[in-house]
Write a new protein. Structure first.
Length: 131
């Protein structure tokens, strides 16, 4: 059995007050093997900024700038994460989904509805997914 020791004890990670996490099953269950680099970058960013329910609001322009992704590449990355069951999206809301939950319902992006967003309906749909 191999014993592990910190290389740099002075800089051990601590759980911050605004905690976020990356589920190890992302690697162990090979979700990450199905993702492009842009999809991985988008997922990591959203996991980092999401609240306790996995929710965050980031505009495509901000995400594209932060991650150095073109609009087309960002859209492809988002759709990949949705197809893999890792992300739900209904403009302007992202939800990072729990891994390995077979009964989850993915909210998908509907470009035809981009102009009008009924925030009450968004939260109702999120409540339905979470309950």
């Amino acid at each position: 059995m191999m014993h592990k020791y910190p290389i740099c004890s002075a800089k051990l990670r601590r759980v911050p007050s605004q905690f976020s996490w990356v589920d190890q099953r992302l690697v162990r269950e090979r979700y990450i093997d199905q993702l492009s680099h842009p999809a991985c970058a988008l997922y990591l960013f959203l996991v980092t900024v999401a609240d306790a329910q996995g929710l965050s609001y980031y505009a495509d322009r901000s995400l594209g700038q932060r991650l150095s992704l073109s609009p087309a590449t960002l859209s492809q990355a988002r759709e990949t994460l949705i197809r893999q069951g890792l992300l739900a999206y209904q403009r302007p809301l992202y939800q990072v989904l729990a891994l390995g939950t077979p009964d989850r319902v993915a909210l998908t992006h509907h470009p035809a509805h981009d102009a009008d967003v009924d925030i009450k309906a968004v939260f109702a749909a999120i409540w339905e997914v979470l309950s």
